[in-house]
Design a binder for this molecule. Structure first.
Ligand code: 13P
Length: 287
């Protein structure tokens, strides 16, 4: 059964670890994440961008696939199905489709508008038993067409948005979607500490989880981060493994072109990345 993400993230924040949000793109991705979470006895969040949902046909196709897969694979660890960086229209669609969690990303609006729009979705999500994430400041870089300038969040704005009753909060602290560029300044722990101090203990979310050094992950968790999003790293691992298979000519041997064989190294690579992240974030055995 899919659950909302509130209880799993409150437990993580209390016990000092983080739950991975792994973004999914297709059936192989979803299966790799679920099978690995079950093997590691770890809670997990399946992240879905609007672009990924469109690729998989629709949010309702994703919901039905995730629900059926959890059931047919006998998954017993807590799994949340979460909209990543949602617009208002995408939040509406996910509520209708049966997602268990949404992110309303109003970070590109002036703060008063972000607060008003977020409040609407907090109330709506909660009447449906769903959890909700909001964003202040912005995550740098680009993810599925969502572009952010990488503005540091203002702790006072974070306090105001947390006070609306959001269940977890993403705040820009120098994090970037995609691979970190040469000369990246790192995460701003001063700002993160200030946000933690004024937000009443709500779990904080670190986007841009690909390529953040181990010590920074550990410091972030010690300052209240309880959810870390990873997308690009699985994509790179999948592409590398698939390239290796083809460059070795494996697709030309026997029935090596069978998609179940061709996609297997990429699937295994995703499983490895997810396991590594669960170990690094400390969620292994916490289900
Ligand atoms: P990366 O693609 O950098 O791992 O970021 C993922 C993310 O933050 C999803 O919202």
């Amino acid at each position: 059964m899919l659950v909302n993400a509130k209880a799993m993230l409150q437990k993580a924040a209390k016990e000092g670890y983080a739950v991975a949000q792994i973004n999914i793109n297709n059936l192989e991705w979803t299966k790799a994440v679920l099978v690995t979470a079950q093997a590691q006895k770890s809670p997990v969040i399946l992240g879905v961008t609007g672009g990924a949902a469109k690729y998989m046909v629709s949010f309702s196709v994703v919901t039905e696939m995730a629900k059926a897969m959890v059931k047919s694979l006998g998954i017993t660890v807590p799994v949340a199905l979460h909209l990543d960086h949602g617009s208002a229209a995408q939040c509406d669609e996910c509520i209708e489709a049966g997602f268990t969690s949404i992110m309303f990303d109003g970070s590109h609006y002036p703060i008063a508008e972000n607060l008003a729009k977020t409040k609407h979705y907090v109330d709506l999500a909660h009447t449906k038993g769903m959890s909700i994430e909001a964003e202040v400041g912005s995550i740098g870089g680009e993810e599925d067409g969502v572009v952010g300038a990488g503005d540091l969040a203002d702790p006072e704005e974070c306090r105001q948005i947390a006070a609306l009753g959001v269940d977890f909060l993403a705040a820009g602290i120098g994090n970037i979607h995609g691979v970190y560029p040469e000369g990246w300044l790192g995460l701003d722990f001063d700002v993160l500490g200030k946000i933690r101090d004024v937000c009443g203990g709500i779990p904080l979310v670190l986007h841009g989880g690909t390529g953040i050094p181990v010590e920074m992950i550990q410091t972030a968790i010690s300052l209240g981060v309880a959810k870390i999003n990873v997308n690009t790293e699985c994509q790179l691992a999948f592409a590398d493994a698939t390239r290796g298979y083809i460059e070795a000519g494996m697709d030309l041997q026997g029935k090596g072109f069978d998609p179940r064989k061709l996609l297997a190294p990429g699937y295994d690579a995703i499983c490895r990345v997810v396991q590594e992240k669960m170990e690094l974030f400390g969620s292994v055995g916490k289900a």
